[in-house]
Write a protein that binds this ligand. Structure first.
Ligand SMILES: [Zn+2]
Length: 132
């Protein structure tokens, strides 16, 4: 399979994931690697900086692997999580950074500042903190 994205430095935060080809809305961009899962008790013991790499989806706590773990938050994202895949919700051009909305994560306890620089930016990413 040809490489469809590359990980390098992002203006949003740290490293980001960038498309190496165009994606149409509805196309799967990144398949999550869901082989590493942890329990809620294990999650509670993790240091804060590692909690950021845990995705909660459909009641599972998934330790995100590269490249999915490098996908940055945007308040105006170009992908959404669907069946453990980051799926394009708008046309993505080659070279665009792949972004998702962390606030969609139902178990998210995030509270961090946002630097996505989109028009919709709220300046802060705050999880909904629902129970999973
Ligand atoms: Zn933002």
């Amino acid at each position: 399979m040809t490489q469809e994205f590359v990980v390098h430095k992002s203006v949003i935060h740290g490293k980001g994931v960038f498309a190496l080809r165009d994606f149409k809305p509805g196309e799967i961009v990144i398949h999550w690697d869901t082989t590493r899962q942890i329990s809620r008790a294990q999650f509670d013991q993790l240091p804060e900086n590692e909690k950021a790499f845990i995705a909660t989806y459909k009641g599972k706590l998934i330790v995100q692997q590269a490249p999915a773990k490098f996908v940055n938050h945007s308040c105006d994202p170009n992908t959404r999580v669907k069946n453990f895949c980051d799926t394009a919700i708008k046309p993505i051009k080659k070279g665009d950074e792949i972004t998702t909305d962390y606030r969609d994560d139902p178990g998210s306890e995030l509270d961090m500042s946002c630097n996505c620089q989109t028009q919709n930016c709220t300046g802060r990413i705050k999880g909904k903190k629902q129970t999973v």
